[in-house]
Write a protein that binds this ligand. Structure first.
Ligand code: NAP
Length: 291
């Protein structure tokens, strides 16, 4: 078994981005600027946004944070989005999800200018992805595609089973891996909570991608020997024995599945760092598109 080291690949890609930024600065160009909108004080969202800010610093981007209290109205937030859409200094921005219940996440996503939608969630960018037109890919699937590419994982003709059909992970992964491209050309099965006889399907997978949001759901008896396993799940499991008070687990039971597969992404250090890299790659693209 070989670990797919998302930390290592993300560091490599960050170095590549930092070099690009160096060239932009040398040419007197404008430094890419990523903004993040954070509503409320959800600890996981705060951690995620802080880690994006750190990554921006590492590659030489400007980053800015727009924080709003959880009681902000939808109309006020739409006004903030309008401001960011029209601020020439900002190349791309994200709105950290989830939003409070009284705000429609979909409405907010649709209000983002697709040219600044570096999370790749706007219907225009999702439509472009479906048609194979260049645009912004959703950050997590973009990061996973980079892992597959940089580990030279053969995808053509392979059976790929994806667990979970969310708009941000499972469904875009099914599109990207079934496209007539390299990586791509997989025969994809997209599973969800209504799928029956799940293990019969997962046992056919040459490539198994787990994005269902259930800790350690995928066990060794669900995985074909030699399969490639990509674990998207992230869960904080309380653990008094650790300094933070929790331990991170994925959707895959790593200890037993890793003994059976050929490649596997660990949690942490697998897909997580690649999501941020996907965002940075999109931001660099957004800033270049403006030139
Ligand atoms: P999500 O919106 O939580 O949706 C879960 C999906 O799993 C749904 O499509 C659901 O089916 C399906 N599902 C639930 N139980 C199932 C079962 N027993 N069998 C088969 N399918 C089942 O998914 P998400 O937002 O993609 O998140 C998934 C996980 O990835 C979470 O742990 C999340 O924290 C993590 N995540 C990590 C990153 C990263 O950077 N590493 C990024 C994004 C998400 P239905 O559609 O039928 O309800």
């Amino acid at each position: 078994m070989e670990l797919i080291d998302g930390k290592k690949i993300s560091d490599l890609i960050k170095d590549e981005i930092a070099k690009e930024v160096g060239k932009i600065i040398a040419a007197n160009g404008k430094v890419p600027h990523l903004a993040a909108v954070l509503v409320g004080d959800d600890p996981a969202s705060q951690t995620y946004v802080a880690s994006k800010e750190r990554s921006c610093k590492e590659v030489g981007f400007i980053s800015s944070l727009y924080k709003y209290h959880a009681g902000i109205s939808e109309a006020e937030l739409l006004k903030a989005i309008d401001f960011l859409n029209n601020d020439d200094e900002i190349d791309g921005f994200i709105v950290q999800l989830p939003l409070p219940k009284h705000i429609s996440g979909q409405k907010i996503i649709e209000a983002i200018d697709p040219k600044k939608d570096v999370d790749g969630f706007h219907p225009v960018n999702l439509g472009n992805m479906l048609l194979g037109i260049p645009g912004f890919l959703p950050a997590t699937p973009y990061g996973i595609m980079q892992l597959i590419e940089r580990y030279n994982i053969e995808t053509e003709g392979k059976n790929c089973v994806i667990l979970g059909r969310s708009n941000i992970v499972g469904t875009p992964m099914s599109v990207l891996l079934s496209r007539n491209t390299n990586p791509g050309n997989c025969t994809v099965t997209l599973c969800h909570s209504k799928t029956q006889n799940l293990s019969d399907i997962t046992l056919q997978a040459d490539i198994l991608i787990a994005a269902i949001g259930k800790p350690e759901f995928v066990t060794a008896d669900m995985v074909k020997k030699g399969a490639i396993v990509i674990d998207v799940g992230i869960h904080r499991i309380p653990d008094a024995g650790t300094k933070s008070g929790f331990r991170l687990k994925g959707d895959v039971k790593f200890d037993e599945v890793s003994k059976k597969c050929s490649f596997i992404t660990p949690v942490p250090g697998g897909v997580g760092p690649m999501t941020i890299v996907g965002l940075l790659m999109n931001t660099l693209k957004a800033s270049k598109n403006k030139v």
